[in-house]
Design a protein around this ligand. Structure first.
Ligand code: DGJ
Length: 702
């Protein structure tokens, strides 16, 4: 038996693994950066005598803990061969560097169970994100059924205390859930077939000296668990959730997990977010390899719903162009027979009644105004009332003898069938080839129930990724938005094929603040679709000022989703001002770092940029409970320099203002100078604000 240590270093993160040639590699450390050369010294077993009532073989946490041969915690693999080989344990291990110092592959062999496992670990030094994935091959002579195969298993330190995960529903995504970790198993599972509104596939964990975060790059079923282990550490596993019978490997066959992205930071949840943002940005596949400034959108959905009238839409485009909109997205309602949500999904050609000359006249009108034209599609779906379903009822996922369970009156197409994906490719390619379409909004408005006679949930996801990839290869200039009834498919998997998420169908600015906070924990702001909606908001009935709605939407990929023809007078002027502000500063929102938090007295804030220049958004949701307002500490600023602070938000016209204060007035003029050290430790004086108001500051070093 030979053994050695392997160390992966990021900028601020280190992973240390103890490798033996006859077992799975043992986790020794994953956490804040260790000094160069800080290795563990003795091997782990040499540091810990056997406890009483324990096996005579000490089995520590490995990268691939397995059931039945001495590990009593959660296994990274659960599987069997018609009842045999349910107990696994690697008998051999080799380590091969992919990139010396940062990326390595471990090949594990279980000669008894007839399995091979390849675990890949990559620690990206730019983002400090550790990417883990696992491949399993059946080297035995009979099928092997896999019930669970973790993408990765990582250790969490002994003083880990809390976990924050995100739940939700349609119109209310990213509801934060705080749980205290204990010796009980913490587990979340999603079995809705797509990423889901209910269970974001990621979480952030707090330990005494650092925070840890992980997310799964997958758009289907998923599970994660955290479990206390005998030495007081915790293990965190994340992976795809398999339905019974979903993965049965024939001899020689393999299954590859999605990637788990994991990171650690001593800078709190904002450090975790910054690391994830860097990793997601690096994984994005933009047309021509580079993100262009994110154009201001006009989306027709909440302004028009299914009520498409060519002349009215042309007027809408005129009104949009006049206030500075740059991309006009024609949402649901444009295709054959689609007058409400009861029919027509699958019939992807223009409705002859609404568009007698097709979509070209409207699309050309839009592009002649200098805007890009975008189109909504929902390719994975079919309505029973459609030409497509009447021609191919067998293309919908179903089980003979079981009811066809509709949701929003629709069924799900069997994407893994070549004739289905060919049909969808041809229909969408025809639209993209004949119209000046720069952008597709790709929707998915239901959960999956049955996934075929045998479960093919994962094939459904893979086939959708493949269709997206095929379309992107054929039409590389087209950007795609991932939407699923708002935020039902937000994950690091689909974003490799797309360019933006529609975070929620709820455009109420108060609701959006919390939704966006959760989103931004994992995804960067430039891919967060955020719109100014109507007032009262269609989803909640609450009314907010134009300034507040725009100030909340500004921090993402900004857009407008209302009938812009009806926006007149002061509101129109205010909206145009915010659009101009967005254009002026979008580079900073979309390339910088992000900090967000909640301050005293009900303030919620977000800061974008870096220590040289910050844009600070402060939102007040409820009226102040204090006579004098608390200051807002900005500990990301450089303590050794001075900053000039100006207010950028257009003055919110209201009848009952506050008395002036000279320093606050100065921010509206030449600016107020303050020391970074003071802003760090004591904070920025806050202007009085009413409920549902926003203040936007620019904080610049000399
Ligand atoms: C759900 C989406 O989230 C909405 O934005 C809109 O596109 C509708 N679908 C259209 O049916």
């Amino acid at each position: 038996m030979t053994a050695h240590f392997i160390t992966l270093h990021g900028q601020r993160v280190t992973a240390v693994i103890e490798v033996h040639d006859d077992e799975a590699p043992i986790w020794r450390y994953w956490g804040p950066r260790l000094a160069d050369g800080a290795e563990p010294g003795p091997y782990l077993r040499d540091t810990r005598p056997l406890p009483s009532f324990s096996l005579d073989h000490d089995q520590p946490l490995s990268l691939f803990p397995t059931f039945g041969l001495g590990w009593f915690g959660q296994s990274a693999l659960l599987g069997h061969r018609a009842g045999r080989d349910y107990a696994q344990s690697p008998t051999g291990c080799t380590a091969t560097w992919i990139t010396p110092g940062t990326a390595i592959r471990f090949d594990l062999f279980d000669a008894v169970a007839g399995l091979e496992v390849a675990i890949t670990l990559k620690l990206d030094p730019d983002s400090d994100v550790l990417t883990l994935s696992t491949g399993l091959t059946n080297t035995g002579d009979a099928p092997f059924e896999v019930q669970w195969l973790a993408s990765g298993t990582v250790p969490l330190p002994q003083n880990t205390t809390h976990i924050r995960s995100w739940s939700g529903r349609h119109n209310h995504e990213f509801i934060a859930v705080e749980d205290r970790l204990s010796r009980s198993l913490w587990r979340r599972e999603n079995r809705r077939g797509l990423t889901s509104h209910d269970n974001f596939p990621g979480a952030v964990v707090a330990a005494d000296q650092a925070h840890y975060g992980a997310q799964l790059a997958w758009s289907g079923n998923h599970a994660q668990c955290i479990e206390w282990i005998d030495d007081g550490q915790y293990q965190w596993q994340m992976g795809e959730w398999f339905a019974p019978g979903e993965v049965i490997l024939a001899p020689g066959e393999s299954v590859q997990t999605p990637e788990m992205l994991a990171t650690c930071s001593t800078l709190g949840p904002n450090g975790i977010a910054q690391n994830f943002h860097a990793a997601i940005r690096a994984a994005m596949d933009w047309p021509d390899g580079r993100m262009q400034p994110r154009p201001v959108h006009l989306n027709t959905w909440e302004g028009f719903y299914f009520d498409h009238d060519g002349a009215a839409l042309a007027q809408l485009a005129d009104a949009a162009a006049e206030i500075g909109i740059e991309r006009f997205v024609l949402d649901d309602g444009w295709f054959h027979g689609r007058h409400d949500d009861t029919s027509s999904l699958g019939d992807w050609w223009p409705d002859a009644g609404k568009y007698p000359d097709g979509l070209l006249p409207l699309a050309s009108h839009v592009t002649a105004l200098g805007m890009e034209f975008g189109l909504w599609v929902e390719p994975e779906m079919v309505n029973p009332d459609s030409e497509l379903y009447r021609a191919h009822p067998d293309w919908a996922l179903q089980i003979a003898g079981r009811p066809l369970l509709t949701a929003r009156n629709q069924l799900v197409l069997d994407m893994a069938r070549a004739e289905v994906s060919d049909y969808l490719f041809d229909k969408i390619a025809d639209l993209l080839a004949t119209l000046p379409i720069a952008y597709l909004k790709w929707d998915h408005n239901r959960d999956l129930v049955t996934a075929g006679a045998t479960p093919r949930y994962r094939q459904q996801v893979q086939a959708t990724y493949a269709l997206l990839a095929r379309l992107r290869t054929a039409f590389p200039q087209v950007e795609i938005e991932a939407c699923a009834g708002g935020g039902g498919r937000i994950d690091a998997g689909i974003i490799r094929h797309t360019h933006r998420f529609w975070a929620s169908d709820c455009i109420d600015a108060v609701s959006r603040i919390a939704i966006q906070q959760g989103f931004l924990q994992f995804m960067p702001p430039e891919i967060m679709g955020s719109h100014v909606g109507a007032s009262p908001a269609h989803s909640t009935g609450r009314s907010q000022s134009m300034t507040f709605r725009a100030g909340v939407a500004l921090t993402g990929h900004f857009g407008v989703e209302l009938d812009a023809r009806q926006i007149v007078g002061q509101d129109r002027e205010t909206l145009a001002q915010w659009i101009a502000l967005y254009k002026q500063y979008r580079d900073q929102f979309h390339h910088g770092k992000l900090w967000q938090g909640e301050a005293q007295d009900g303030l919620v804030w977000q800061a974008h940029g870096d220590a040289d220049e910050l844009l600070l958004f402060v939102y007040r949701l409820t009226p102040s409970g204090q006579r004098h307002l608390p200051t807002l500490r900005l500990d990301m600023l450089d303590p050794n320099r001075a900053y000039r602070i100006t207010r950028l938000d257009p003055v919110d016209p209201h009848k009952h203002g506050f008395p002036p204060a000279p320093a606050l007035e100065a921010m509206r003029g030449a600016g107020l100078e303050m020391a970074g050290g003071w802003l760090n430790a004591v904070g920025l004086p806050m202007p009085p604000m009413k409920a549902e108001q926003v203040a936007l500051f620019r904080i610049v070093g000399p």
